[in-house]
Design a protein around this ligand. Structure first.
Ligand code: AMP
Ligand code: MG
Length: 377
């Protein structure tokens, strides 16, 4: 586990502890490494006796989901579906099936900006392999892997899942942590706990109070200065928040940094966005949409958000000067630090259909249609 990830977890937890609870009444947490990051569960100090039980439930739930969905193990159901691509369907656990249904739902909703079949592109750029290539992939190489990308290649059968093209490759990295947080949160509340927070690598869901009279407080990291936060969000009532950022996971190729989120239209890592934070009523939606809005960019994100009244967002372009584009509901729950209040810009939501435009563009360009700008290697 890298030092980078350790700092990430500590900063997030520090954000929680600074939520206005008196010393001695601050929430208590358990943290452990999983899914390439850290998971923590927190309960109010008054419930400290229950922490062991809560953490046991959380650990078991996250491990179970990870074993089904990870692409880092050849045995996971997702890896088995990838192995059988173009050949046959693979029977899947109800949880895997639910995960794939949700992937298809968010792929449709975002016109393919969220696409769970980007696996081969993710690997081509060296994300997930630990060994980035020496040169950026060539336009031809990108075109080849893009031929396998397209969420409609994923078919759910009566008892299984099937990729109808041998080149297609699933990667649920854009949604798996949110799913794990929801599954965990639901398992713990089913055991009768109301006041709790689950945080899996910045995918967070909170219920009840952190201490008497205080909701949970979560820091939103400054994408330009990882040690700093832009402000704090106040969350309760089972609400969730997720952040997709260019600083979270990246590769350096030829001295240039590439973030781990892929534009499925071009087969290239997205540029132009530094961070996107989404608040929703559940963690899976926050996770899927933070990834999708990151891909869509400010304009398309704004039009999609207009159709999603339950979702609030903060978008930070990778640009100077630093500006924080926020929906009204996000602003209402956000307490900016220092001079960040002066950097807030209200997102003007329109009624026009962003995902339809995304889809149209996709159809016009075809797979790999935009790759001409890719650097040769
Ligand atoms: P997140 O940190 O939730 O935004 O997820 C990023 C991860 O999702 C990446 O590391 C990839 O595994 C995967 N991913 C990358 N691009 C996309 C995309 N356009 N749609 C869905 N998943 C993606
Ligand atoms: Mg995500």
């Amino acid at each position: 586990m890298s030092a980078r990830l350790t700092i990430l977890a500590v900063v997030t937890v520090a954000g929680v502890l600074a939520g206005g609870c008196r010393r001695g009444a601050r929430p208590v947490s358990r943290t452990w490494p999983v899914m390439g990051t850290f998971c923590s569960v927190s309960v109010p100090a008054a419930d400290a006796d229950a922490l062991h039980r809560v953490a046991t439930t959380a650990r078991a739930t996250v491990s179970n989901l990870n074993a089904l969905l990870t692409v880092y193990s050849a045995d996971s159901e997702i890896s088995q579906i990838n192995d059988a691509a173009g050949r046959h369907a693979v029977p899947v656990d109800p949880l895997t099936r639910r995960s794939l249904e949700l992937c298809l739902h968010y792929a449709e909703l975002t016109g393919g900006a969220f696409d769970p079949t980007v696996g081969a592109v993710v690997r081509l750029w060296g994300f997930n392999t630990g060994r980035p290539p020496e040169h950026p992939p060539t336009a031809d190489a990108i075109r080849d892997v893009l031929a396998g990308v397209g969420y409609r290649r994923l078919k759910l059968t009566a008892d299984g899942a099937f990729l109808d093209d041998a080149r297609a490759d699933l990667d649920l990295g854009g949604i798996a942590k949110g799913l794990a947080v929801d599954t965990c949160y639901e398992a713990i509340t089913a055991e009768g706990r109301r006041d709790l927070m689950v945080n899996l690598g910045g995918n967070i869901r909170c219920g009840g109070q952190a201490c008497p009279g205080r909701t949970w407080s979560v820091g939103v990291r400054n994408p330009f200065d990882r040690g700093e936060i832009l402000g704090a969000l106040s969350l309760t009532g089972g609400d969730a928040v997720a952040t997709s950022g260019n600083y979270e996971r990246f590769v350096t190729i030829g001295g240039r940094r590439y973030a781990h989120i892929i534009d499925p239209r071009t087969g290239r890592p997205v540029e132009g966005m530094a961070g996107v934070t989404v608040i929703s009523t559940n963690a899976v939606e926050a996770d899927a949409l933070s990834t999708a809005l990151y891909v869509m960019g400010l304009d398309e994100a704004t039009t999609l958000l207009a159709r999603l009244p339950g979702c609030e967002a903060l978008l930070v372009p990778d640009d100077e000067p630093l500006t924080l584009h926020v929906t009204r509901g996000f602003r209402e729950r956000f307490d900016p630090v220092n001079d960040m209040a002066q950097r807030l810009v209200a997102l003007k939501l329109r009624g026009d259909n962003a995902s339809a435009r995304f889809e149209e563009e996709n159809a016009k360009n075809g797979p790999g249609g935009n790759v001409s700008a890719a650097e040769g290697g």
